[in-house]
Ligand binder design. Structure first.
Ligand SMILES: Cc1cc2nc3c(=O)[nH]c(=O)nc-3n(C[C@H](O)[C@H](O)[C@H](O)COP(=O)(O)O)c2cc1C
Length: 365
C-alpha cells in the first residue's frame, strides 16, 4: 500500500509535525473573566489525545475588550496566564502533541452574547457588554452600537497587547502562535475596505490597510522569536468591494517577507451580506492560489470531513496541511480513524491501547 501523504511529517518554521492534520481553533465560550476553566482541561485534553499533528487553542483575546464574548479566553493578565498554565500542565502530562494558540482581538465584533444565547451584540453598559473599538466607527450590523474608531494611542495599546500576550505564550512554552487575521475580527477589519474607512496612513490603499496587521505581526514575531508565528486569513469577504484573494496574496507576500511561518486560509465573517456557496472543500481553491504564490506552508480549512478528501488536498498539493474543526468535535478520534483507514498509525495513550478493534477478542489473553 502506498504511504499516505496526510500522515507524512511536515515542518512549520523549525517545528516538525508528525502528520498534516491541524485541529482548528474553536472558541468554547467557557472562560471566566478570560480565565480557562475545567471545561478547557476536558476539551483540550480530549483533543490532545486525538492523534492530530497539532492542536490550536481557541481565539484568545489580547485585551478584555478584544474578547468576542464575556466567555472568551484571554491572555492579558497574570490571572489568565496562571489559569492557562494550569490547563496546559494537565494536558501536557498526558500528551506530547504540539500546542499552538490563536491570538486575536474581535474589534467591532466584540461584546457579543454566547452563540447558544443568540450571539448578538450586547450593548455597552448592559451586563456583560462593553464599548467596542475598530478601525472606523462602522458597526458590523446597522442596528449595533457603533465601535469607537481607534486613535494612534489605541493602535499602540493593541500592538503592545499582542506582543505582551505573545510573551506570555512564550513563557507558557506554547509551540506556535497563530495571529487571527480572519473572520471579520479586528485585523481583518483593517484589511477590508468595507470596514476600514480611515483617511490616515492605516486606511485607503492596500498598503495602508495592511499596515496595522503587519505591525501587529512584527510585534508578535519579535516577542515570540523562538517558535513559529503563523497568520489565519479570510481570503475573501464574499461581498462586492471587499477584501479578496488578490489582496490576500499581497498580504501573504508581505507576511512571508517578515518571517511568517505559515498561512491558514479561511474566508468570510466580515460582511453581513456575504454570499458564500458552502460545500465540501469550498475554501480549498483559495488555499491553492495562496500556495502558488508563497513558499511557506499553507493550511486549508472548511468542510474537510472525509479521510480521502483530506488526503487528496495534501497529496495533490492544494495545501500542505488540512485543518479540521466541526468534524473533530463530532468525532474526537478522527485522526485515529483516518490513520486506520490508510493503514497508518498515530500515537495513542497507553490507557486506550486495548480498544483497537483487532484486539477485541483477547481482552484477558
Ligand atoms: C465551535 C466553533 C468555534 C470556532 N472558533 C473559532 C476560533 O476561535 N477562531 C477561528 O479562527 N475560527 C473559529 N471557528 C472556525 C473554525 O476554526 C473553522 O474555520 C470552521 O469551523 C470551518 O471548519 P470546519 O468545516 O472543519 O468546521 C470556530 C468554529 C466552531 C465550529
Amino acid at each position: 500500500m502506498s504511504k499516505s501523504k496526510l500522515f507524512s511529517p511536515v515542518s512549520i518554521g523549525g517545528m516538525t509535525l508528525k502528520n498534516r492534520i491541524v485541529i482548528a481553533p474553536m472558541c468554547q465560550y467557557s472562560a471566566e473573566d478570560g480565565k480557562m476553566t475545567d471545561w478547557h482541561l476536558i476539551h483540550l485534553g480530549m483533543l490532545a489525545n486525538s492523534g492530530a499533528g497539532i492542536l490550536t487553542i481557541e481565539a484568545t483575546a489580547v485585551t478584555p475588550e478584544g474578547r468576542i464574548s464575556y466567555g472568551d479566553v484571554g491572555l492579558y493578565s497574570d490571572e489568565c496566564e496562571a489559569a492557562m498554565h494550569r490547563t496546559l500542565e494537565g494536558v501536557r502530562r498526558w500528551s506530547d502533541m504540539p500546542i499552538a494558540i490563536q491570538l486575536g482581538h474581535a474589534g467591532r465584533k466584540a461584546s457579543s452574547d454566547l452563540p447558544w444565547k443568540g450571539g448578538g451584540q450586547i450593548a455597552p453598559g448592559a451586563v456583560n457588554g462593553w464599548k467596542t473599538e475598530a478601525p472606523s466607527a462602522v458597526p458590523f450590523k446597522a442596528e449595533y452600537d457603533a465601535p469607537a474608531a481607534l486613535d494612534r494611542d489605541g493602535l499602540k495599546r493593541i500592538r503592545t497587547a499582542f506582543a505582551d500576550a505573545a510573551r506570555r505564550a512564550a513563557r507558557l512554552d506554547l509551540d506556535a502562535v497563530q495571529i487571527h487575521g480572519a473572520h471579520g475580527y479586528l485585523l481583518h477589519q483593517f484589511l477590508s475596505p468595507l470596514s476600514n474607512q480611515r483617511t490616515d496612513e492605516y486606511g485607503g490603499s492596500l498598503e495602508n490597510r495592511m499596515r496595522f496587521p503587519l505591525e501587529v505581526f512584527e510585534s508578535v514575531r519579535e516577542a515570540f522569536s523562538q517558535s513559529p508565528v503563523t497568520m489565519r486569513v479570510s481570503a475573501t469577504d464574499w461581498a462586492p468591494g471587499g477584501w479578496d484573494v488578490e489582496q490576500t496574496i499581497a498580504f501573504a507576500h508581505a507576511l512571508e517577507k517578515r518571517g511568517c511561518d505559515a498561512m491558514h486560509v479561511s474566508s468570510g465573517g466580515l460582511a453581513v451580506d456575504q454570499q458564500i456557496a458552502v460545500g465540501p472543500n469550498y475554501q480549498v481553491p483559495f488555499a491553492r492560489q495562496i500556495k502558488a504564490a508563497v513558499e511557506i506552508p499553507v493550511i486549508a480549512v472548511g468542510l474537510i470531513t472525509e479521510f480521502e478528501q483530506a488526503e487528496a488536498i495534501v497529496s495533490t498539493g492544494d495545501a500542505d496541511l488540512v485543518a479540521v474543526a466541526r468534524a473533530i468535535l463530532y468525532d474526537p478520534r478522527w485522526p485515529w480513524h483516518a490513520a486506520a483507514h490508510f493503514g497508518e498509525t498515530v500515537q495513542a495513550a497507553d490507557q486506550y491501547l486495548r480498544c483497537q478493534p483487532r484486539q477485541f477478542r483477547n481482552l484477558f489473553g
